[in-house]
Design a protein around this ligand. Structure first.
Ligand code: COI
Length: 354
């Protein structure tokens, strides 16, 4: 049935739209928001479980001015992607891992969270409902954004009395403009997270504070900012939007997740893929000086996928890295995307067909 099916029907029936594809310029997708048709929404009150939830028309959300998320930043989010395989299958990548991460984040932020099954079902329903927005195979993906917010009012600092779980979607291409290697700027003035803070979970409060340094870096032609640890100001942590890796010989190193670094799902998938391809992978403290001496540097994230880094600038010194098709990061990228779109056998059982 059609785009204008009644909400009563939509609650109980899977949705099918007339056309296979929405009217989108699929060759020029960036990482901007494209308004899609539907979103998922479910609520719950403190100390209760979430209601069943339903797919509704995409639109604005009404909130009390005193909502916990608006006043005290009680909110966490996720990012996951639906891909169209060459054979037309619709594939999700490890949505259960996002569900688990949302539960861990919710615990840290004193929020109620949906069950793993409800989360995964919500993501599936949102992807299916917005199927015509899933790019043709090889042209991008449908980025799904699960969002958990303290929607109930609270004047003093306390857990909100009500939570809203939403999933919306947008077709996306590359996170960074084009596919050119990134130019990263190591910021020594600001820090993204501190030990004991919330840097290890996907709290909304981790993102607004990075915008200032990011804009400044972009004004100077950099792609993004790499942060150092706030205690020693010496160990690399992560980029505003992604985790970081370096390659030296046959060894790949990445900062260990010690509470200040996001436990990226792409990060841990790449660690598994790299080990299976015969690389030694170390998760440890990585000094910025080591980064400056690496053979190759790359970043990982759901939005970013795997992106090679062409240069790092730290304390006025710019180091350039190898680029091109032969990079370790390109091999990892092709393997990851091959699995995500169903071109390479998924021996890990990561892909979920919907
Ligand atoms: C993702 O990679 O899904 C993220 O959440 C990063 C975001 C800043 C775009």
């Amino acid at each position: 049935f059609t785009a204008h099916a009644s909400s009563a029907l939509r609650e109980s029936e899977p949705m099918v739209r007339y056309e296979e594809y929405a009217d989108v310029d699929w060759n020029n997708l960036g990482f901007g928001l494209t308004r899609t048709d539907y979103m998922y929404k479910a609520k719950c009150t403190l100390n209760n479980t979430f209601e069943q939830g339903q797919v509704t028309d995409y639109g604005n959300v009404e909130l009390s001015p005193a909502a916990g998320v608006l006043n005290y930043g009680q909110g966490i989010f996720e990012g996951t992607k639906a891909f169209r395989g060459q054979d037309g299958r619709i594939l999700l990548f490890r949505p259960d891992q996002n569900a688990i991460r949302m539960q861990i984040g919710a615990e840290r932020m004193c929020m109620e969270s949906p069950s793993i099954q409800q989360f995964v079902d919500a993501v599936k329903q949102t992807a299916i409902a917005n199927k015509r927005w899933i790019p043709p195979s090889g042209k991008g993906s449908l980025y799904l954004r699960p969002l958990l917010i303290g929607s109930g009012p609270t004047l003093g600092i306390s857990p909100a009395p009500e939570y809203t779980f939403l999933v919306y979607a947008s077709p996306v291409g590359n996170y960074f403009k084009g596919t050119a290697p990134l130019n990263l700027y190591v910021n020594t003035e600001y820090h993204r997270a501190t030990r004991g803070g919330a840097g290890g979970v996907k709290s909304i409060t981790n993102y607004a504070p990075v915008i200032k340094a990011m804009l400044r870096a972009k004004e100077q032609g950099f792609s993004d900012v790499l942060y150092l640890d706030s205690v020693h100001k010496k160990y690399i942590e992560e980029v505003s939007s992604c985790n970081i890796f370096l390659v030296k010989g046959n060894t790949i190193s990445t900062p260990a997740t010690v509470g200040t670094i996001l436990e990226g799902i792409t990060r841990k998938s790449i660690i598994d893929i790299a080990r299976d391809l015969g690389y030694k992978v170390e998760e440890r403290l990585v000094a910025v000086d080591e980064l400056m001496e690496a053979d190759e540097v790359f970043t990982t994230g759901t939005a970013v996928s795997v992106a090679s880094v062409g240069s790092v600038t730290y304390n006025g010194q710019r180091v350039e890295y190898k680029t091109g098709d032969k990079l370790v990061s390109q091999k990892l990228y092709k393997t990851l995307v091959g699995i995500q779109v169903g071109k390479i056998e998924d021996k890990y059982n990561w892909v979920v067909e919907i």
